[in-house]
Design a protein around this ligand. Structure first.
Ligand code: NAI
Length: 338
């Protein structure tokens, strides 16, 4: 059955990598209809709203969205639209696989998945300035919020993900040695949930800084990792670095009633409009989308097509050390589809 999905091309390189991804999806025989919507800067230009109601309604109606990167002004200006979409649809689980795609890189055969809590922690947006002695911005405060409910559902999601995908181990990374309440609660709840999977899926907990170091020294020690929002944001970029960088890192944002699939990277303003962006991250996100909606064969076809295209150094884009532009890479993927 054909499924209609919302497509937000996004800002910067977004439209370029989206065009390429949709071309690959069509060529792979994905049973999808695309309903195009705008958000971010494009939303601001067209509707004077970075997150137009029409876009939200489309996501609500279709339940599945493929989203290009959206630019967020640093410091002042509107808050991240990505965070707003995650909040609006309660997309609590951010799933970020890091799988070796480029042979001859720093590590071979990496196959890790990071599950990041997507709605709590420091991202709740409870922050303000504190004025002192005539300086209205003498200090600033951000509040980290961890709830038992949020911790339990993300750790359970990680274990269920491990179970569904035949994974052997879940590592919970935390900073409970310093943040005894927030991180302590996350760890305590994690240990409770882990008991339900004893004997089936191994569980360990590690301090976040040591986890970062160990991921670089010996990433093969890990399998599925679960952590709160900010730690997950940082470590998933680190893990993308293990397998060739942001150009090959997809992400899924999963909720009960909706899901959104995107690249981990941003709008890359430095290369936008030049036709040289690597569309792999968004294309791999689309493969995750296909698998999520039950089009497993099509998802695997897309992923394998990308893998085969990247295997040939001549088809690689510049960020992967090659000389191909977006169009040439896209054509190579389409040729590699079987
Ligand atoms: P970025 O990820 O856009 O770029 C970092 C570096 O990686 C740049 O040198 C860029 O050229 C390169 N790069 C990224 N994606 C690439 C690709 N597909 N192919 C080749 N090279 C690629 O990060 P930056 O510059 O910090 O952020 C730019 C904007 O994107 C900001 O407004 C930020 O808020 C937003 N952003 C949006 C995200 C999203 O929509 N999920 C995620 C991260 C950032």
């Amino acid at each position: 059955m054909t499924k209609t999905i919302t497509v937000i091309p996004g800002d910067g390189i977004g439209p370029e990598v989206t065009t390429s991804t949709l071309e690959i999806l069509r060529a792979a025989g994905a049973k999808l209809e695309f309903e195009e919507q705008v958000a971010g800067m494009a939303g601001l230009e067209r509707f004077k709203d970075p997150l137009p109601t029409e876009t939200l309604e489309s996501i609500r109606r279709n339940g599945v969205c493929l989203k290009g990167p959206l630019a967020t002004p640093v410091g002042s200006g509107f808050r991240s639209i990505n965070v707003a979409i995650r909040k609006e649809f309660d997309l609590f689980a951010n799933v970020r696989p890091a799988v070796t795609m480029v042979p001859g890189g720093r590590y071979e055969e990496i196959d890790l998945v990071l599950i990041r809590e997507n709605t709590e922690g420091l991202y709740v947006g409870v922050e303000h300035y504190i004025g002192l002695e005539g300086d209205p911005r003498a200090a600033a405060e951000s509040v980290m919020i961890i709830t038992r409910f949020g911790a339990e559902r993300i750790v359970r999601y990680a274990f269920e993900y491990a179970r569904r995908n035949g994974r052997r181990k879940v590592t919970l990374a935390h900073k409970a040695n310093i943040l005894k309440y927030t991180q302590g609660l996350f760890l305590d709840v994690g240990r409770e949930v882990a008991r339900d999977y004893e004997g089936e899926i191994e569980f360990e907990d590690r301090i976040i800084d040591a986890t970062a170091m160990q991921l670089v020294v010996n990433p093969y020690e890990f399998d599925v990792l679960v952590m709160e929002n900010m730690f997950g944001d940082i470590l998933s970029d680190l893990m993308a670095g293990l397998v060739g960088g942001l150009g090959v890192a997809p992400a899924a944002n999963i909720g009960k009633d909706a899901s959104m699939f995107e690249a981990v990277h941003g709008s890359a303003p430095d290369i936008a409009g030049k036709g040289i962006a690597n569309p792999t991250s968004l294309t791999l996100a689309a493969a995750m989308l296909l698998e999520h909606i039950g089009q497993k064969e099509e998802g695997a076809r897309v992923r394998e097509g990308v893998r085969r295209a990247i295997e040939d150094p001549a088809s690689r884009t510049r960020d992967l050390g090659g000389g191909a532009n977006t169009k040439e890479f896209t054509e190579a993927v389409v040729r590699s589809l079987r």
